[in-house]
Design a protein around this ligand. Sequence first.
Ligand code: NDP
Length: 439
Amino acid sequence: KQTSPAQCEFYQAVEEVLDSLEPVFAQTSHYQQQAIIQRMVEPERQLMFRVPWVDDEGNIQVNKGYRIEFNSALGPYKGGLRFHPSVNASIIKFLGFEQIFKNALTGLPIGGGKGGANFDPKGRSDGEIMRFCQSFMTELYRHIGPTTDVPAGDIGVGAREIGYMFGQYKRLTGRYEGVLTGKSLLWGGSLARKEATGYGAVYFANYMLEDRDDSLSGKRCLISGSGNVAIYAMEKLYQLGATPIACSDSKGTLYDESGIDLKLIKQLKEHSRGCLSDYLDTHPHAKYTPRDEYPQDGHAVWRYSADAAFPCATQNELTQADAKALLENGCTLVSEGANMPSTKEAIDCFIEAKIAYGPGKAANAGGVATSQLEMAQNASMQSWTFEQVDEKLKQIMKDIFTTANDTAKEFNQPGNLLLGANIAGFRRVADAMIEQGVV
Ligand code: NDP
């Protein structure tokens, strides 16, 4: 911490994992003897590069690009690219670190990586987005490949951006191969990839509830975000008989007691890239809270009474005060669609209250798992049906839940899925690293 004070998100992610591993280290000195932690917290490789491009006014713009290839013990580096003005080396590093354990939990052969740029796609024309993506790939292409490093989307990177980056990769290399996932269905994408993270977080929630002889049916739910993960979490909630009553974006929070009109949200966010406040034009009874009216110590979306919460926007978006408000208002389940959305203090509240808490690296692993299914389809030149992919996704989410739950029981902390997920992910990666020698 003293040598790199600017890496606060990375330290937060590492501390969470190390806390969970204490019972493992108390049981055996095997991993310490192999210096596994020292090796695991050091990325195999970190790339930082200049991304110059020309905007519509003819001005030259420069952004910072990143790719972190963190751990390849289990397979090629796999993890998304994030385009957001808040992106910095610490955020990419924490995301890459989380990705190692998440990917291990899927049981699939994928290592951990992450990347992105401090580029803000908001308000940019299609032409500007394309020129940025082309410039980004002009540097990145030399570091990636279908058996080495396979990036995907994340915040600010959807099918459009993946398309522009794939086009540039193909042009630079002359190769048509599965080097990116989250591709369009027209040319190599997988059915159900777009839905996978949101659906997966809801499947995970349902497995947590099943274990408590309960289900999502009839539950009222709060969702943060209104992007890819949030939209498909809401879709699956409706399909399972639950009702999403609130969602948010970076500008504000929307509350609709009668249930969020998902068709309208898709229209506003997927098609016109508009604002949540426009929802009120169609549904004047709904309530919109702009960001500057949020409580000082947290976020408006968590202050409504509900049975379940699905943080699906960004890191550290659910504070201790938010967690207390959720618990006081009767919330008994939190399933994280986003990466590290709850602060450490918020997680402590959930664990202490013994509610069903699904940490991001387990609950949102459906996205990367389905990306791996896209890689498998590309490599074998096949396309599976939506039902085939969805069935595999459901089974993977069930297996992740069972693995985390059984591991928590093994260490005498039944129900503590944070501990179970961290230990299970760690052991798979650590054991593979040891078998591969000091590399
Ligand atoms: P999108 O860009 O599609 O959506 C992000 C949503 O979160 C938008 O509603 C955005 O608001 C909001 N948001 C982003 N940053 C902030 C912020 N700083 N403060 C408040 N709101 C914010 O991204 P995704 O849905 O793909 O990703 C959401 C989360 O899920 C991220 O944590 C990501 O790492 C994680 N995740 C995503 C996976 C995937 O498959 N896409 C896989 C696993 C995890 P606005 O529209 O105003 O920008």
